[in-house]
Design a protein around this ligand. Structure first.
Ligand code: TYD
Length: 214
């Protein structure tokens, strides 16, 4: 199983990815679950992460290819080996992040670029997630959370309108591929959000969760 968590900055993905990992480890066995992340979830990925988040890139296509490069290394070194062993992989961000943050949210890039990227991902052999979960939250609430945590990166300086466009881009992806997506209201407290995520997983995977999901 390949599960991807998505959402704008401050949506709580990292916390929920860890909780999902714990829950699935309880159902499937700890050795059968891997929680990983993009950008930077591979050996050598820290340097790419620093470059991507440091704010030094001037071209959106530079950003695009850097995230794609990071993904290629992450997939070949971490994700594929785990999937080939039959493990369940939970990935904090994946191709939908690039589609939402670099492509669909950018008014200067036509939507045909999304088709191009999807085609390119297939040619490269990037595995398609079995399920993508959107932790949905409005840009103002997410921003308040990030400020409270004091955890801002260069993307966070892009402001409210950018993040509302990213959120709308996620919605467009859900409309296009409704069978592959779960959407959870992420503005609630951590336990309530996790409850929604669990219910979504149970609906999506049913007996594949070991037949004893609760
Ligand atoms: P993330 O690791 O989720 O942030 P955090 O520091 O909270 O753990 O993501 C880092 C940033 O990278 C986030 O602002 C979104 C951005 N990003 C893209 O713009 N495109 C991508 O393809 C990916 C994977 C991330």
């Amino acid at each position: 199983m390949f599960i991807v968590l998505e959402g704008i900055d401050g949506s709580g993905k990292t916390t929920q990815a860890a909780r999902l990992g714990e829950w699935l480890s309880g159902l499937l066995g700890r050795e059968r679950v891997l929680v990983t992340k993009e950008p930077g979830g591979w050996l050598g990925g820290d340097a790419v992460r620093r470059l991507a988040l440091g704010g030094g890139l001037s071209s959106v296509w530079g950003e695009f290819f850097l995230f794609m490069m990071d993904r290629c290394e992450h997939v070949s070194g971490v994700v594929m080996p785990a999937l080939e062993k039959g493990m369940c992989v939970i990935c904090d961000r994946y191709t939908p992040s690039t589609l939402a943050y670099q492509v669909l949210s950018n008014p200067l890039i036509g939507s045909e670029a999304a088709e191009y990227m999807t085609g390119m991902s297939e040619v490269i052999g990037l595995p398609r997630p079995d399920c993508a979960c959107l932790l949905d939250i409005d840009a103002d609430t997410a921003r308040r959370r990030l400020e409270t945590r004091g955890k801002l990166n260069s993307f966070d300086a892009r402001g409210r309108d950018y993040f509302e466009r990213v959120r709308a881009a996620y919605d467009a992806l859900i409309k296009r591929f409704p069978d592959e997506w779960i959407k959870v209201d992420a503005s609630e407290d951590e336990n309530t959000v996790f409850g929604g995520l669990k219910r979504g997983m149970e609906r999506m995977f049913g007996t594949r969760l070991g037949g004893h999901a609760t």
